[in-house]
Ligand binder design. Structure first.
Ligand SMILES: [Zn+2]
Length: 193
């Protein structure tokens, strides 16, 4: 196991200073408990920092299954490392097993969850999910698509609420074989409301 990286004491000090920095009074009633609360929240929302998400994957043996396994619309909540504001959305993960090597569907969702709980940019989150599954499960291929709304684009900057950023990463057979990739993308994008 890696070291626990969250240092509550440092966060409490920093949040107090941050409140002063934006012109607030950290001692007023509503803010007194805020540094402590933020520190506690960090333990949850940054629980993936310093952790290897590939440990979430348990390889199971099943009968040979040479078809696409797809987990769609996995909700995730991450934080952009440029502005420390949330970006939230859904991830779609598909893979084609190698021989009898499969994993539980919930494990794919756990990889998404753990990689989301790090400071991220959407492109790296997408890549990290695909590469983690490639490494731990060694399937024939992986495809990951993420659609997300970034509060740093909605609250500031271009201020376009509802704008979604889409990223995708393909590995293995999905990269080499356009027909297989097209089949997976049709499954992922099909029947959208
Ligand atoms: Zn940002």
């Amino acid at each position: 196991m890696l070291l626990q990286v969250i240092n509550t004491e440092k966060i409490i000090k920093a949040i107090r200073m941050f409140l002063e920095g934006i012109g607030e009074n950290p001692d007023r009633d509503g803010l007194k408990e805020t540094p402590q609360r933020v520190a506690q929240m960090c333990e949850e929302i940054y629980a993936g920092i310093g952790k290897d998400a590939s440990e979430q994957i348990k390889v199971l043996k099943s009968q040979d299954h040479d078809e696409i396994v797809l987990l769609k619309d996995i909700p995730f909540y991450s934080v952009c490392e440029h502005h420390l504001l949330p970006f939230i959305g859904v991830a779609h993960v598909a893979y084609i097993p190698q021989g009898s090597r499969v994993t539980g569907i919930s494990k794919l969702a756990r990889v998404v969850d753990m990689e989301s709980k790090k400071l991220q940019v959407q492109e790296r989150l997408t890549t990290a999910i695909a590469d983690t599954i490639m490494k731990a499960l060694r399937p024939k291929g992986v495809i990951t698509v993420i659609e997300a709304e970034h509060l740093c684009m909605t609250m500031r900057g271009i201020k376009k609420s509802g704008t979604k950023v889409q990223t995708s990463v393909v590995r293995g057979i999905f990269r080499r074989n356009p027909a297989t990739r097209a089949e997976a993308l049709a499954l992922i994008m099909g029947n959208r409301e």
